[in-house]
Ligand binder design. Structure first.
Ligand SMILES: [Zn+2]
Length: 245
């Protein structure tokens, strides 16, 4: 099990940075189409993983009201974390709004990726299916996230090499997050439904508060239709994992 968790944590962190670095080689006009599609897809996988995977799994192990209030508390917590810039998601379309805060991005990213690692571990400890669906949601949102981070770091004045290395280091916190959660949760089973609920809160928050506002900046009919299609494909991918449909 630890092998699965480490493998998918690496894919969701270093793998996503590598994927994002590849995106940088695409010409800008292609990237401008691909990145929003990926963000729409990621939104679908995050919401799908939260509502079809993590929350139902939590509800099997704890009373509904404790699970739902933990999700609610989690959303407030992530709101506060975002206020103090510990938690942030960006993508290329809106990087200019965040100013030139290179080092802050790396710190926020390191914290965020640590939490992604906790989510992957808690999902795998529940079931392999849940683990894979959560890991997919992490990978899907991390690639556009890292593309946005690269844009900010390059804009901040780092050269490509430095941006790749620093971004890789801050993304690598997914691994300690996953390993710590694995050993901790292996001994404290009663915490599992609450960690699943917080994981769901993290996914819902990223989708609704960080990704969707960026998507709304594209207002043409074709881009809206494309966003809807990719969002549904994202949900469909997760549904396929959970129900085999
Ligand atoms: Zn993430």
């Amino acid at each position: 099990m630890l092998f699965w968790i480490i493998g998918f944590s690496l894919l969701g962190s270093i793998g996503a940075v590598a994927g994002a670095a590849l995106f940088l080689f695409f010409p800008e006009n292609i990237r401008k189409v691909l990145v929003p599609n990926l963000i729409s897809y990621a939104t679908g996988t995050l919401l799908g993983a939260a509502f079809l995977g993590l929350i139902p799994a939590g509800l099997k192990k704890a009373p509904a009201i404790s699970v739902t209030s933990t999700i609610l508390a989690g959303m407030v917590l992530f709101f506060l974390l975002e206020k103090i810039v510990l938690w942030r998601h960006s993508h290329e379309n809106d990087y200019k709004d965040h100013g030139r805060a290179g080092p802050l991005i790396l710190i926020g990213d390191a914290f965020h990726n640590f939490v992604d690692g906790v989510v992957i571990a808690s999902a795998f400890l529940t079931s392999i299916t849940l683990g894979i669906s959560a890991a997919l949601a992490v990978i899907a949102h991390e690639i556009p996230q890292e593309v946005g981070d690269f844009a900010i770091l390059l804009d901040y004045g780092y050269d490509r090499m430095k941006a790749v290395i620093l971004n890789g280091l801050s993304a690598a916190t997914t691994l300690p997050g996953a390993v710590v959660a694995y050993f901790w949760l292996s001994n404290t089973y009663e915490m599992e439904p609450y960690i699943l609920a917080l994981s769901a809160a993290s996914f819902i928050y990223i989708a609704m508060a960080d990704l969707i506002p960026g998507l709304h900046r594209q207002v043409t009919f074709t881009s809206s239709l494309r966003q809807l299609v990719f969002l549904l494909v994202g949900i469909g991918t997760i549904a396929f994992f959970h129900f085999g449909i």
